[in-house]
Design a protein around this ligand. Sequence first.
Ligand code: FAD
Length: 400
Amino acid sequence: MTDFNRSEEHQMIVKGLRSFIEKDVLPLDEENKKYLEDERARLNEDGSLVPEFKRVIQQVRRSSAKLGYYAMHMPAEIGGGAINRVGIALAYKEVFRYGPGLNVFTLSGAEGPSPMLLQLSQPQQEKFLKPLIRGEISTCFGLTEPEAGSDIKNLKTKAERKGDSYVLNGMKTFISNAADADFAQVFAVTDPKTYKEQGYMGVTAFIVERDRPGFQVGKITRSIIDDGGQAELIFENCRVPAENVIGQEGTGFYTAMGWLGIGRLNIASMSIGLAHYLIERCVEYATQRTAFGKPISKYQHIRGMLAESAAELYAAEQMLLHAAWKMDQGDSIIQESSMVKWYATNMLFRLADRAVQIHGAMGLMKELPIERVFRTARVLRIVEGTDEIQKETIAKSLGL
Ligand SMILES: Cc1cc2nc3c(=O)[nH]c(=O)nc-3n(C[C@H](O)[C@H](O)[C@H](O)COP(=O)(O)OP(=O)(O)OC[C@H]3O[C@@H](n4cnc5c(N)ncnc54)[C@H](O)[C@@H]3O)c2cc1C
């Protein structure tokens, strides 16, 4: 088995990220404590982020982009870091080891550059992709609809070709960063007959700019992590030029699936980073908190919880690195990405529950970040494919 951590390049990335987070990002956490500690103080009435907090997030993204971290997963020719999947997995893990603070904006998620945008023409890449890579603008990924969450073969949003444009009608829901995105990446049915017959073909991906007539951001829904809200995207006779098509007409679903596969590994890396963070907090707390005259770390129940957590974390980390390494060899990881996403998010959920238990009442209080990680862990079992969808994919890979 390869020793994944030994590459010099990977060690340099991890070291550089640590130094960036500790010197430039964590001090911002201190300065902006009022937003980070009191969830509601950093949100507007409708659940969107307040402008001051958005500015801080953008500051983190831009500095990270300048240092080459934010777009490290993108090719070098367009300003990315060309880092392989093992490197990306280690980087996400390292960033989330610092917990749920401003550090989480150091690397890109659905709001940042994705390999799917490499399919744009050169002029469109200049307009949309390069500013994303520089952290100057943000986007969102609009796939889910009210009647199409897991069941992605039930999309109702349609795009009809009219001359040199397409006319979009329909709606998306639960879209992260929708309220702030400069443009949305939207999936719409362009060939209803093929889509009905084949399910995977007949869907096209489009870029829709936020000021395009016929497009508006609808209601913002707030989740248990209050991260600025998930919003609806509403299209009413929204005319989009054909040059805004991402990739080939009718193949958008494959474009989306490619991105989701990578997203699954990223979610697993985040879970593993947060699990490290929790174990460190629990060891600290259990050593200094006393009950019945001795530190709670001396009690077998507490020791057992931490021992199980460490072993489960080790298993998840090896699974992740192996899947990332396989992807770097050019192998298909359809089965592995589902296994790792399911295992790592459930591992984090179990660890977060134990972390609350070990901290007692303090584990449930807003003063400590433990309860926030607990809420985040619950979300990670739904996004990028639910537990059940991952298990369905694994079952299919077994020939069932
Ligand atoms: C915080 C947050 C952020 C999000 N951000 C985005 C985003 O940026 N872009 C985007 O497009 N979407 C986003 N989503 C939506 C997310 O991708 C969907 O919520 C997810 O795919 C599940 O769809 P659903 O909520 O409609 O649940 P459903 O599909 O309605 O599922 C309900 C339940 O039924 C189960 N189920 C469904 N089908 C099967 C089956 N075949 N076998 C067994 N069980 C099944 C599910 O596992 C689940 O337990 C976000 C969601 C959240 C909570």
